[in-house]
Write a protein that binds this ligand. Sequence first.
Ligand code: HEM
Length: 502
Amino acid sequence: MELEVSWLFQFLYTSLCFLVSSFIISSLTSFLVQRVRTKLWCNCEICHTYLTSGWSNQFHNLCDWYAHLLRNSPTKTIHIHVLGNTITANPENVEYMLKTRFENYPKGKPFSTILGDFLGQGIFNVDGNLWKFQRKMASLELDRYSVRSFAFEIVNCEIESRLIPLLSSVSGKAKSNGNVLDLQDVFRRFSLDCICRFSFGLDPRCLELSLPMSEFANSFDLASKLSAERAMTASPLVWKIKRLLNIGSEKQLRKAINMIDVLAHEVIRQKTKMGFSSHKDLLSRFMRTVKDDTYLRDIIISFLLAGRDTVASTLTSFFWVIANHPEVELAIRVEADRVIGPSYERLTSFEQMQELHYLQAAIYESMRLYPPIQFDSKFCLNDDVLPDGSFVKRGTRVTYHPYAMGRIEEIWGSDCLEFKPERWLKDGVFLPENPFKYPVFQGGLRVCLGKEMALVELKSVALSFLRRYHIELVEPCHTPRFSPGLTATFSSGLKVLVGERV
Ligand code: HEM
């Protein structure tokens, strides 16, 4: 018996050693292949500044340094050789990668591996047929007029029953009474409630501040942050070994993902129990076709990521910009009084909201300067040459950079750094721009599916907030500082004092 146990132990030990060493060898091989395509070390000025973080002496954020480099590049394209990354702010290149040669610029394996544990096979993380299926299903639903008015109903219910009571409870109270509100936190809670009600027909009640932030929301934030941090390690080998040994940040990530899985499966179980054939939410619509629970879980997570952080981030920067531009705030209120009437007790209808051209222009202008997704990368499948003549090597990254594009004179004119909603209006009517000049919602074949829903949410919050309250920034600053992550987040939140309008 003793002999058998020791034999078994030896067998398990040898197998484990074999697995670990094969993993390390295969990871090293892929690391070397990747490095042959990129460069181990490069002493050009840009790479040197990147490697030594020298940019931080002059700029608050990495994206500001990239914007500076791209503005000064004659082609509006730069190369970070050590990252194997071609970064572009050239609209022709953006159109080429997102539309003309879409097939040559998929998300690619490195991206889907980094986010694979968190997002699985959800729409954000897949290419090919898996993407086509989810895209088709979701666009059939999200493009319907009825879905937009469903979104309008949910958003306005959340505003009336939670957001306004919350703002009323803190308005007019002095800073010394501890009534400083972090609007970024409020918007994150608000958008999570909205997207959960819209996507699953379930209400996490995150905006009820008396309740602790749900465990799901905390695990979701942590998983999103730690997954983004994987992309910042010098080599994927680092996080892969940590994952194999289940240590450090990878241990935390696994724990957060386990929690997300348990709760996502609970959502699916509840929906199955409630019956989903007649429900209007997106999950019920998917459940009528998809029978695999893991796949459903992945679909859920991608929609949460798509619809939550982007909206919260847009609202945060919008209110920061508005607090710095009282003349725009006034113009929004004047337009609302004219179109809707002076009483703000009832929110406008979905149709009436389409007539608020100045409000839409102010929101677009805020996203031009502060896009919630500041940059977005694809992988080049085969060697290629971009329209501006930049050569792109197979297997390397190509990134388009909406944040930098909003700051380029050749695209937006000499006043590009100014916040001017009027640039979007012609005779008082909102005119959209070419999506490759303004790829805030991406463009081409993978253009955002939730744009209309997002606009309903953004306009409704802006309107009900600005007509009743004004805000004062507690820590005024000229340039926000962002935390690293998948979407732009103010690193110290957005602390404000709220006052009721008289
Ligand atoms: C201001 C708010 C929003 C912005 C700026 C935004 C922006 C974007 C961007 C840049 C992408 C491309 C991401 C990539 O492929 O890497 C995207 C994709 C997507 N967005 Fe949005 N989004 C917003 C809100 C929403 C909302 C509310 C929803 C859901 C209801 C949504 C659903 C999606 C989906 C499903 C995709 C994937 C499309 C595909 O891969 O084919 N988005 N969005």
